[in-house]
Design a protein around this ligand. Structure first.
Ligand SMILES: [Zn+2]
Length: 340
């Protein structure tokens, strides 16, 4: 299959053309998070011929994801495959000509320099489910003058904004304070697949404009849309706010990792433990845990069930504990069964 044949309909589009297609082939995009937004945008950019995609996700596929996360299937959920790995496999099946680099990791201040490596990353896409990570990405992108695209969806509502550091508003210009307490999540409000795939599609279109060099075409507003009520709004974001702590004063508090909390995941009753980095031998751990509950593992994750909890352990020692939102309970379970 020739490149021209695969991308012929996209090359016919005047905004892309043969030169735009060549630029896409040379581009590298990092996608932070591979839930519904990430699966949508990764799939679209892979089909568009973006040469290299790095997909970073800390989570594994579950049956409750299949309603909206378009790259995954029932076999992925049955295997509890990490989403980054499952996404890379799916993409390879429909576009084997591009490179996908799956990273099963939680993006943190400690690993962001290597995961979003500025030497070869042209664009960063936010497909996370939490503001903690978004502010971290914003800090990194502003500091290194890298463009990133914010995208969020909950219920029937979707919102997205392009951040071109030094040129447009950054996340902190628009939301100076970390939204606390009353913010709805997929846990409390549910989510429509149309809302989240809409925002992924808008993000993919803006990414293509950026990568082919059509930057004057990129939206300079925070756009929000409710697919149920059809209400929409745009907030001006064309200029940085001069007194912004992040892009104005260059204070990168999230990058410094100050007061980084335990994270309760969106979409389910669970807590992630990532305080300790320790390589885990799954075979040894399986025999250790067998007397205490049901345990199984594959190359990527180990799962341990002990009523009413379900613990998922990754090879680097990170764990997701389902069945509680109490971080103290999660910590003590981890200490008891995995080690302190
Ligand atoms: Zn700012």
């Amino acid at each position: 299959m020739s490149l021209n044949d695969r991308y012929s309909r996209q090359i016919l589009f005047p905004g892309i053309g043969p030169e735009g297609q060549r630029r896409l082939a040379d581009a590298q995009v990092a996608i932070v998070g591979c839930g519904a937004t990430g699966a949508c945008v990764a799939g679209l950019l892979a089909r568009s011929g973006v040469g290299r995609l790095r997909i970073i996700d800390r989570d594994y596929v579950e049956s409750s994801n299949l309603q909206r996360q378009v790259l995954f299937d029932e076999a992925d959920a049955a295997e509890s495959l990490p989403k980054a790995v499952a996404a890379a496999r799916k993409i390879a099946a429909f576009n084997s000509e591009i490179q996908v680099d799956p990273q099963v990791a939680d993006l943190t201040p400690a690993n962001i320099d290597s995961l979003l490596n500025t030497d070869d990353t042209d664009l960063i896409l936010d497909a996370t489910d939490n503001f903690e990570t978004r502010y971290l990405v914003n800090d990194f992108a502003v500091k290194h003058k890298r463009t990133w695209i914010y995208a969020a969806a909950v219920g029937s509502y979707a919102a997205t904004m392009n951040v071109l550091p030094g040129k447009t508003a950054c996340l902190s210009c628009i939301f100076p304070a970390h939204p606390q307490g009353t913010v709805e999540t997929c846990d409390t409000a549910g989510i429509l697949n149309a809302a989240v795939n809409l925002v992924g599609s808008l993000q993919a279109a803006e990414a293509l404009k950026f990568l082919v060099g059509a930057r004057d075409r990129m939206r300079r507003t925070l756009l929000s849309f409710d697919v149920w009520t059809n209400e929409q709004a745009e907030v001006a974001a064309a200029r940085p706010r001069p007194d912004c702590a992040t892009c104005g004063k260059q204070e990168f508090t999230y990058l410094a990792g100050k007061g980084r909390p335990q994270i309760t995941l969106c979409g389910r009753n669970s807590v992630q433990i990532h305080e300790r980095q320790r390589p885990v031998d799954f075979t040894e751990m399986t025999s250790r845990l067998k007397p205490h509950g049901t345990v199984k593992h594959n190359d990527f994750v180990l799962k341990f069930w002990r009523d009413p909890y379900e613990l998922t352990l990754f090879p680097d020692g990170r764990a997701i504990i389902k069945g509680t939102t109490d971080t103290a309970v999660a910590r003590s379970l981890y200490a008891k069964f995995i080690g302190s």
